[in-house]
Design a protein around this ligand. Sequence first.
Ligand SMILES: [Cu+2]
Ligand SMILES: [Zn+2]
Ligand SMILES: [Zn+2]
Length: 225
Amino acid sequence: MYKKLILISFAILIAFTACNNKTSNETGSDAAENSSKMYACPMHPEIMGNKGDKCSKCGMELSVPVDMNATTPPLEAETKTTGTIKEIVGDYLQLKNAFTNDNTNNAATAGKALEAAFKAFDKSALTAEQKKIFEDIEDDAREHAEHIGANSGNIAHQREHFDLLSKDMYDLVKAFGAGQTLYKDFCPMYNDNKGAIWLSETKDIKNPYYGKAMSSCGTVKEELK
Ligand SMILES: [Cu+2]
Ligand SMILES: [Zn+2]
Ligand SMILES: [Zn+2]
């Protein structure tokens, strides 16, 4: 009888952790390794703190490692932020975070910003071949960003576009880099169990397709440098 009870509770435990078991053992070692480092907001490099703290300007997680030995103070390091892949990626991450928080209005705002960032992208430094790759992705991605921007109040429809947009963003980062470490995550349940990917700045799973209802559902599939 006692043995049987143990077996049953073990089975429940397995069922309960099945959705996110692949990520839990990967986060532990990272936390120890990163505990002494400083991190900055992906959107606001001047906002720094401990890993996992929230940016005081936009609420994003501080996830960009800061080199504390750098000779130039962060405020003087004038990095170009408009018309860059970094800006596109930053707006996509804002959008993703709006979905993880089930916030349709913030998703619409970020969708509009993302569309504008694609439009403002400076292609002058690209080769003819790179330009073609960028424009193919841009055509599709801008349409999805536009629909997300225009559908505040209909988060289910916004998420349908986010699924397709995330594939474009993956192609974009594979071709041009992101200027930061990103993770390609996979939710096996979205779209009638066909599954869907998204990109994240954090190794911890926060599902943008189901939001708070199923926050930890998904696994990290790839680390993108
Ligand atoms: Cu799930
Ligand atoms: Zn910020
Ligand atoms: Zn639409």
